[in-house]
Design a protein around this ligand. Structure first.
Ligand SMILES: C[S@@+](CC[C@H](N)C(=O)[O-])C[C@H]1O[C@@H](n2cnc3c(N)ncnc32)[C@H](O)[C@@H]1O
Length: 221
């Protein structure tokens, strides 16, 4: 039993828990910075009190770990969509191709088994709903209001635009639209996510909150 002197302060306890989450996340393949993951977690923790969250782009589960842990703690669920065949830039010969993720029998990328392993190891099987299909297919019959949508799927302009049209309309008021890989300067990276971020702002339905590294954060007005 803990005595009075061995009980850590609330701040110490939470910062140790966050450090453990970051340590775990760093072992998972992916492109999310730890500060971005921490912000995902913090926003999802609050958002999830008001309904389910959804992400486009599960990959091997790095972002799902942060979002899913927050959802679990808030008693909500996370829908995580990915066809698990990789984005354009992850195909053989492209800049982000990872040979370890190539299934020679299917002759295609396959990230589903690693994604499932992450969920199992993080004890998130009771919180995350994997949806193995394209974002467009999942959206066709969607009717559930969402407290948070995280867009981190394909990075071609048409793909990010389709994700925005498919999912932004389901966000409840005061809910969040998060977009990864926002680069104001084209010298730093592709412009498609930034253009969609600007489009969302121009719609008048979202306001911008502070950005964390390349994680754009918008809140539904
Ligand atoms: C950048 S990765 C996602 C990274 C992940 N969020 C993380 O934290 O590690 C992009 C993922 O989106 C998936 N993807 C690309 N276009 C998609 C689409 N139209 N529908 C569903 N998934 C898609 C790819 O298969 C890939 O796994």
């Amino acid at each position: 039993m803990l005595d009075r002197l061995t009980v850590p302060s609330r701040e110490k306890y939470w910062s140790a828990a966050m450090n453990n989450l970051i340590k775990f996340a760093e072992k998972i393949k992916g492109f999310l910075d730890p500060d971005e993951g921490k912000r995902l977690y913090e926003i999802a923790k609050e958002a999830a009190l008001h309904g389910p969250c959804l992400e486009v782009g599960s990959y091997c589960g790095k972002s799902a770990l942060y979002l899913g842990t927050a959802c679990k703690e808030s008693g909500a669920i996370l829908f995580s969509i990915d066809h698990h065949r990789g984005s354009e830039e992850q195909q053989p010969g492209e800049a982000y191709f990872d040979p370890e993720l190539f299934d020679v029998h299917a002759y295609a990328i396959d990230t589903l088994s690693l994604f499932r392993r992450t969920l199992q190891m993080a004890e998130l099987d009771d919180t995350v709903v994997p949806m193995v299909c394209t974002s467009g297919l999942a959206a066709r019959a969607w009717a559930t209001p969402l407290s948070l949508v995280f867009i981190d799927g394909g990075h071609a302009y048409e793909t990010v635009l389709a994700d925005y049209y498919c999912w932004a309309k389901h966000i409840v008021s005061n809910g969040y639209l998060l977009i990864h890989d926002i680069f104001q300067d084209p010298a730093d990276g592709g412009q498609a996510p930034f253009k969609i971020y600007q489009k969302a702002l121009a719609s008048g339905r979202f306001k911008a909150l502070v950005q964390t590294k390349t994680l754009g954060v918008l809140q539904r007005i």
